[in-house]
Design a protein around this ligand. Structure first.
Ligand SMILES: NC(=O)c1ccc[n+]([C@@H]2O[C@H](COP(=O)([O-])OP(=O)(O)OC[C@H]3O[C@@H](n4cnc5c(N)ncnc54)[C@H](O)[C@@H]3O)[C@@H](O)[C@H]2O)c1
Length: 392
């Protein structure tokens, strides 16, 4: 095992800060078996964002180019947390320099680039993984266990939506999220999470049909300064066209079962509503990211007159909690930031060479990132051909 691991995060925006904080926490999750983690650099072309994040999360410095991080001898592990269209160049450069790379979802903005990245990962001497954070959500991981163990049993159908509202106001500023080809909008941004979760729970999707993409706000004002994440910054009176989807809907056939999906970035009142229900042969389960420390469970096992959905508060008997959270008692609550911490822990465990049996489940591979983009590509293809069925 390495004496220590030096870490950097490229991108100090909304999700970059979550990665920066997560590496800080990773060693303190579970037993202290990781080598010392050195928090080395935050890389952001915006020096102010980078410097603030470095100071806040205790990183030794900030850099303003990814090349500086690729060249740095004191850095071993890098998270890439910048606009999707920038992932390929940066990830390939880092892998060529021998860095271990954790890339944000979706793998890229085009399938061609994503496939090239997976090829680079296969040829690299270092580890490349993609952060589908929601697989670390205890409620989602627990529902998967219930399906696989037979308690819920075979999936009959899945109903999922990921509604967000960062774009519902027409004065929300133009950003990289509104640029790119069809399917690179809400579908790529949050549909990537929803489809990954659906396959994580229900198995492979084999076809998509009924795809539909809509842009409901056609132009957006340019911001007056740098915009971070979904911030509603001050805007100018110059507008640019929105190029991609605000809303997408589609249905899917799994190897077993079927599913309906809806994603949005203009669903007013739903800042971050990843909500699904999965119906199985022995019952059903419901998850709602607005209440991430519980699930609802229906098991068809009592007298019919008393049967119904029950609230299950998650605690140390459920995945990730025991020995992980600092206070791992029942009903303490947790959320999305904790999932980033588990994700960085899993990545560092793999990089450090800890065995799979003694580690958290590994992060997803770049090939899984490509698979997710093929699925999203099928939704786009279906939408562009009037909802035609597309076989994967
Ligand atoms: N897993 C999740 O839950 C989650 C949540 C949000 C975003 N994301 C993903 O994270 C990535 C970033 O999203 P975000 O919302 O944090 O974006 P953001 O716009 O908030 O931040 C991007 C940052 O990148 C910086 N930047 C731009 N070009 C750069 C370059 N060439 N080199 C270094 N820095 C550069 C910008 O200055 C900005 O600070 C995307 O891939 C997105 O899909 C994942």
């Amino acid at each position: 095992m390495a004496d220590s691991l030096g870490v950097a995060v490229i991108g100090a925006g909304m999700a970059g800060k979550a990665h920066a904080a997560a590496y800080r926490t990773a060693s303190a999750l579970y037993s202290p078996v990781l080598p010392p983690i050195r928090l080395v650099s935050i890389g952001d072309v915006n020096a102010e964002f980078g410097s603030l994040a470095a100071q806040r999360f205790g990183y030794a410095r900030n850099d303003t180019s990814w090349q500086a991080i690729a060249e740095a001898d004191d850095i071993d592990v890098v998270s890439v947390v910048i606009a999707n269209s920038l992932h390929r160049e940066v990830v390939e450069g880092l892998l060529a320099a021998g860095k271990h790379v954790l890339c944000e979802k979706p793998l890229s903005d085009t399938l061609e680039d994503a496939r090239a990245m997976a090829e680079a990962a296969r040829n690299a001497n270092s580890i490349a993984r993609i952060g589908f954070t929601f697989r670390r959500t205890p409620g989602i991981a627990y529902i998967r266990d219930l399906i696989r163990s037979g308690v819920l049993g075979n999936v009959l159908h899945f109903s999922g939506r990921y509604w967000t509202d960062y774009g519902f106001s027409p004065s929300a500023p133009m950003s990289w999220r509104y640029k790119g080809g069809p399917g690179s909008g809400a579908l790529a941004d949050v549909g990537s999470h929803l489809t990954y979760v659906a396959e994580f729970l229900c198995g492979d999707i084999k076809s998509i049909s009924g795809g539909r993409l809509s842009t409901v706000i056609g132009k957006r004002p340019l911001p007056l300064g740098a915009v971070m994440g979904h911030d509603h910054a001050a805007v100018s009176d110059t507008f640019e066209a929105v190029e991609n989807d605000d809303y997408a809907v589609f249905s899917a056939e799994f190897e077993n079962g079927a599913g309906g999906f809806e994603v949005s970035r203009v669903a007013a009142g739903h800042a971050n509503s990843l909500i699904f229900e999965v119906f199985c042969e022995n019952g059903a389960a419901r998850f709602d990211q607005r209440r991430p420390a519980e699930i609802e469970l229906f098991l068809n096992d009592g007298p019919a007159n008393e049967n119904g959905y029950r609230q299950v508060i998650l605690g140390p008997g459920h995945p990730y909690i025991a020995g992980g959270l600092a206070m791992d008692a029942p009903s303490v609550g947790f959320g999305q930031n904790d999932a980033f911490a588990y994700q960085s822990r899993a990545f560092l465990e793999e990089v450090a060479g800890l065995s799979e049996e003694s580690s958290l489940p590994r992060c997803a591979t770049f090939d899984e990132g490509v698979r997710n983009m093929e699925l999203l590509g099928a939704v786009t293809e279906s939408a562009l051909s009037n909802g035609k069925k597309i076989t994967l």
